[in-house]
Design a protein around this ligand. Structure first.
Ligand code: CTP
Length: 402
């Protein structure tokens, strides 16, 4: 899946011959899963029609603040357009527009939108070779990059003038892969490895029976997806769960018992930057596992149980550089008990679920948490989807580890 999937892209089209390629660029963004709106200069319409771009982007094309001669015309809000965008891409970007952008001119909708946009801005210059190397163009490139805008360099080849040299706008598919790579390289957890335990464990009684619990594993899976979307390399150690995870940044280690989860966690813990224990590990397991199916005989039977290893506590004992986060499910004196657990297991933070809260806990798509940091400071959150909760949790982790 492209990192552009779900992103809102505002494409600025200016008046260069390469504007005909902006139709392919819109298609490539849409193919990557982005939504696209186009803002173009009046002169750009000489090179590519608004109808082409609106059809391909499935959105009206914006070019002026109002529609001339239309007394019912509404004002196109450049501020709203700028705020709508997750990223703005100006391609082709002419020498004229780049110079105006560099100097804060805003005499058309595209420029006013550029000045209003708070998102990352990319620009792909397109001009003749002598214009490209003119000190004034170089000055615009430098200035815009000093504002944090990202330049997608032109390539060399035959130009519209018939001359051969540098000035051709990068090809649409190269613009898309340039932006994808740039976004990935700037993700906050890029280069970090995150380990997450999730789901229930099954502790065998005999070949057909086990002791388990109702954990779905959803909270841990959402945390894994969030970590991956922030650029981390993720190891998800997952007990028996119906949820299928398919994400190139997530390695799923399927385990069944607490012992297997313990071994999987210890095999990689040394190499991770962040470890999160969200699994509902069985606290007890049968002292012995019957090799044959146990037959029913007497009117009652008992199974001797022994404690399982506490994975989280064992990680807390050997922790060095790692940020270690645990979960606690409490029913009374919740915050106090969670704080005690945080200290006892040598954690950097703990996520408290209270069973007193409706919609929190097992087998729900929602959760209501309180995050307690190492100093014991508690931050309560509203009831949210587990995907939204995972965003809150990673915001907290990021504030500690980045
Ligand atoms: N945990 C673990 N290994 C275990 C048991 C728990 O890694 N064998 C982790 C869980 O993943 C969770 C935290 O420890 O992050 C929960 O701590 P625990 O002491 O089990 O507390 P609760 O489950 O909240 O319940 P209780 O207080 O009854 O022990």
């Amino acid at each position: 899946m492209s990192v552009l999937s779900g992103k809102k892209i505002l494409l600025g089209v200016t008046a260069g011959i390469a504007a005909y390629k902006s139709a392919s660029l819109v298609r490539a963004f849409i193919k990557a899963g982005a939504s696209v709106q186009v803002v173009m200069t009046e002169a750009a319409k000489e090179f590519v029609t608004p109808l082409t771009l609106s059809t391909l982007s499935r959105n009206p094309v914006h070019s002026s603040f109002t529609i001339e001669g239309d007394e019912n015309a509404v004002w196109t809000n450049h501020v709203e357009l700028g705020l709508w965008a997750d990223l703005m891409v100006i391609a082709p970007a002419t020498a004229n527009t780049l110079s105006k952008m560099a100097n804060g001119a805003s005499d058309n909708l595209l420029l006013a939108t550029y000045l209003s946009a708070k998102c990352p801005v990319y620009f792909a210059p397109a001009m003749d070779l002598d214009m490209y190397i003119h000190p004034s163009s170089e000055n615009s490139f430098q200035k815009l990059q000093s504002y944090g805008n990202v330049m997608i360099e032109a390539t060399s080849g035959e130009l519209a003038s018939g001359l051969v040299g540098k000035g051709r706008m990068a090809e649409p598919e190269d613009i898309v892969s340039f932006i994808e790579k740039d976004i990935l390289n700037k993700l906050p957890f890029k280069g970090k490895r995150v380990m997450i335990t999730a789901g229930p464990t099954y502790e065998a009684i005999d070949p057909v029976r086990f002791i388990g619990n109702h954990s779905s594993g959803r909270m841990g899976v959402e945390l894994a997806l969030r970590a991956a979307s922030l650029g981390a390399q993720v190891d998800l150690i997952l007990g028996p769960s119906a949820i299928k995870v398919s994400n190139s940044a997530i390695t799923v280690h399927n385990v069944v018992s607490g012992e297997q989860m313990y071994d999987a966690a210890h095999a990689i813990f040394n190499d991770v930057d962040v470890a999160i224990a969200s699994a509902a590990v069985a606290d007890y397991k049968p002292a012995t596992v019957a090799t044959e199916k146990i037959k029913k005989n007497d009117s009652s039977m008992s199974i001797e149980l022994v404690k399982t290893k506490d994975i989280l506590a064992s990680l807390g004992e050997i922790k060095k550089h790692q940020y270690l986060l645990g979960f606690a499910l409490e029913t009374q004196n919740e915050i106090e008990n969670a704080r005690k657990k945080l200290k006892k297991k040598n954690l950097d933070g703990i996520v408290l679920n209270s069973l007193n809260d409706k919609g929190a806990g097992f087998q729900t798509k929602t959760n209501k948490i309180t995050f307690i940091d190492k100093e014991g400071t508690a931050t309560p959150y509203e009831l949210k989807s587990k995907a939204a909760v995972s965003i809150d949790i990673f915001d907290k982790i990021a504030s500690q580890v980045l």
